[in-house]
Design a binder for this molecule. Sequence first.
Ligand SMILES: [Zn+2]
Length: 404
Amino acid sequence: MAGQQSPVKRLRKTVNGHLCNISPIKDKQKPYFEAFLHHEGECCKVVAFKEEDYMNFQNAEKTQSPVTLQNVIVQPSKSNGRTNVYYTHTSKMSCVRDISHAFKNTLPDEPQDIKLSELPKLDINHLRININVKIILEEYKGHNVVWDGRYLPKTVYTVADTTGYVSLTVWGEESVTVGEWYKITNVSVKQFKEKKSLSTTKQTQILSIPSQGTTVDVEVPIKSVKCYIIGVNINSLFICHRKHQLKNIILSRPSVYCYSCKTHYKITAAIMKISGHLELKPETGDIIIKANAEDEVIRSALAMNANASQNDIIQGLLSLPLMQMTICNNVIVKMEESKCPLTESDQVMASLAVTDPADVYSPPDLRLFFSSQRQKRNLSIDSKPKRSKDHQSLVAIRAVHRIL
Ligand SMILES: [Zn+2]
C-alpha cells in the first residue's frame, strides 16, 4: 500500500485495494467506522471519519470493487506495527473496477444485452444489464434515499419486450413515455423473495428506439380494494432542503449538520419524510394484506400539516375510516376515503366522531375489530360512551395485536 513513498508521518497519500470487515458506525457524537484494506497480500486498518461515505464503503465491499482512497493519512500503528489509514473529511474514495487482480473472476463484465425472459435464470452476480423494452405502465412515483445519501425521486414502471415483463425503477427526473420503446443500458438487477426487478444506475442511459415488435401480454399488477388500516409500521428520515439525508439528527437539539452541504441547519429546517408498512383488512374477507406506502400517499390521506410528529401520523393512519386503496405490486399508490353510503354502524361511529369537534382525528373505527362480534361491539361502544379518545386508541391498538 502506498509502498512507493517513504512512510513520512502525516503525509497525505493515495492507497488502493479491496475493503472488507466494515464496522457499524461507532460513536454518535463523533461518528467513525473501521474497515480493512487488502492489497497484494498486505492488510491495513482503515479508520474513517467521513460518515457520509459509509454507504460507498459498504457498496465497494459488497461488489468487491477495488477502491482508491485519496488524501488519506498513513501511519504505522503504535500497538502492533501494522499500518493505519485515516480517512478524514478531506479524503476521497473512488471505486476502480479495472485494477482488479485477485477478484477478476467475480467482477461483472461489461453489461450484457438480455431479453426479459432470461431474467429469472440470470445469475444475480451479473449486476448490470442492457435491455430494449417498451414502457407499458407507470406503477407509481415516489422517493427514496440512494447509496450516496441523496433523497431522489423515482418512478416505477412495468416494462416489457417480446419475451417477458418486469418492474423497472427509474431514478431522477428521466422523462420516458408510456407506450414507447427504449434501449436502457447499465441497469442493475435486484432480487427480493425470488422476484427480480430492475433499477437504473448512475451510468444508465435511456435512448429512444423504434418498436421492436409486439410485447408479451402483461398482467397488470394493479388492484383496487376497500380496506381498513389495522396496523402500521412507520419509518421516518430527515432531509435538508437540498434533499440530502440528515443522519444522527437529534430533535431536541437546536441544529443539525448536513455533511453534503457542509452547513448547519436550524432543526426546524429539517424536513421529515415518512414511509410505512401497512397491514390492511379488506372490507370483505379476512386475509390481511401487507402493503407499503410512501410519504406523498400517506400525507394525502391524512391532510396533516408538515410538522405532524411520527406519532401523530401513526394515530392518524389507525383512525382512518374504510379506505379505497389502489395497490400496485404491494405498494399503495392511492388511498382515499371509501365513498360507500353510510351504514347504521357508520352513523354510530360518525356521531361519536363529532362529540369533540376540536379533535384532529376521528376516533378509531372499532367496528373493524369486532366485526364478527356485533354484541360485543355494541357493548364496547354503548356501555362506556365517555371513554377518552386516548383510551379508545389504546383499545384499538390492543385489538390489532389480538388480530395479528
Ligand atoms: Zn444538504
